[in-house]
Design a protein around this ligand. Structure first.
Ligand SMILES: Cc1ncc(COP(=O)(O)O)c(C=O)c1O
Length: 395
């Protein structure tokens, strides 16, 4: 029996994409920010349906920019699901905002609008909505709370490129969308990369100024190209220090190609999910994310809450899957209020029973683009057998 485990690369380049990469390496005008990046931004905005798109080196950087553009600072509150990857919250905490932890919906395992509603105050400046595991959260319900109060909505789409909510792609529904092209994601731009989408074009302009150390073209026409200096050092926005969050040309060139096939990749992942979920229908202990009719899941991960039979625990199942069936599963995401990082800064209190219940009972199965049917069937058999064993042992 061979071990089935999560690979560190979710999607490999095709040989055509390798050729694109070679062309940029050999002939590209530059390897830093340049024409490939600009084309990637335009194509990504058209894909997502957003007014603006700014290519960056990670989703974490896109989230940093969104925190600046939301105008978040000391005295503000930002509502964020406790159940998410650390990057969803750090940029807002770094700016001195109070992080207010919201809960997930028990059926979809993504941010619950009713939980957000309970946490709103006059100081709420922004809400971060995370389309976790690839499933869009209920954006209309969240915007109905945010818009009348002038609250900014940031969509963390790291795990959901191309996913749809009521026919619209995520990332262009709120004010900002933040995407990841990290090696673990449905599409990757050579291991790292990201994109910020903006509802307003002027936010994209500000984000580009913030992205590269104030090195923004001089506004005035210059008689001599070296006067007053070779490059500008302009304030990107009032009272803001700039960053270096640039994406390289080889990464952007590959991203342009991947964005053309992300729908196909997601469709394949949905087919994979349908196949394995059908094979696991006799395991009611596994509660996979319920996908409401108005949403299209990008199936970044295949995660479930495991309601362990009496006398057994989730950890019994994980251990048994590993020891007896060579199936290495994963537990994620540590509710952020329970992590040493957020506790150190005093963000240790949260009333999020569903997030706690999910994390303490969840199990995430090995998963990647183009999983062969035989592997899916094999994995399902191992899961069914392992659950049967733990139940029999407990009886
Ligand atoms: C939900 C979520 N947000 C943000 C990020 C950060 O992405 P990146 O690694 O591109 O900074 C990740 C990456 O794992 C993520 O899963």
């Amino acid at each position: 029996m061979t071990m089935i485990e999560m690979p560190a690369v979710q999607t490999r380049l095709t040989s055509d994409e390798e050729q694109i990469l070679l062309r940029v390496l050999r002939e590209g005008a530059t390897l830093a920010t340049g024409p490939e990046g600009e084309a990637f931004e335009q194509e990504f905005a058209a894909f997502a349906g957003s007014d603006g798109a700014v290519a960056v080196n990670s989703c974490s950087s896109a989230l940093e920019l969104s925190a600046v553009l939301c105008g978040v600072g000391k005295g503000d509150e930002v509502i964020i699901p406790a159940h998410t990857f650390v990057s969803s919250a750090v940029p807002f905490a770094r700016r001195g905002a109070k992080i207010v932890w919201a809960d997930i919906d028990p059926d979809t395992a993504v941010l619950s609008a009713s939980s957000v509603e309970r946490l709103l105050t006059k100081r709420t400046k922004a809400i971060v909505v995370v389309h976790l595991y690839g499933l869009p959260a209920d954006m209309d319900a969240i915007l109905a709370l945010a818009d009348p109060r002038g609250i900014k909505v940031v969509e963390d789409c790291a795990q959901a490129p191309g996913a749809r909510y009521r026919g619209r792609r995520v990332g262009a529904i709120g004010h900002f969308g933040c995407f990841s092209f990290h090696t673990h994601k449905n599409i990757n731009t050579l291991g790292e990369g990201g994109m910020l989408t903006t509802r307003a074009e002027e936010d994209a302009v500000s984000a580009r100024k913030l992205r590269w150390m104030g090195n923004w073209p001089f506004e005035e026409e210059r008689k001599r190209y070296w006067v007053p200096a070779m490059g500008n050092v302009a304030p990107p926005m009032a009272d803001q220090w700039p960053y270096n969050f640039c994406l390289g040309e080889p990464n952007a060139a590959v991203g342009r190609s991947l964005i053309k096939r992300v729908d196909g990749i997601n469709e394949q992942r949905r087919k994979q999910a349908a196949r394995i979920l059908a094979a696991l229908t006799d395991c009611p202990q596994l509660q996979f994310q319920k996908v409401p009719d108005d949403r299209e899941h990008a199936y970044h991960l295949l995660a479930a809450r495991y309601d362990a039979p009496a006398g057994t625990t989730r950890d019994d199942l994980i251990q048994h899957l590993l020891d007896r069936y060579q199936l290495k599963t994963i537990v994620q995401y540590w509710p952020l209020h329970r992590t040493p990082l957020f506790q150190q800064f005093g963000f240790d209190r949260a009333e999020v029973p569903e997030s706690d219940r999910w994390f303490d009972n969840m199990i995430s199965f090995p998963w990647w683009s183009d999983m062969p049917d035989a592997t899916l069937d094999d994995m399902a058999e191992r899961i069914v057998a392992a659950i049967g064993d733990v139940i029999a042992r407990a009886a």
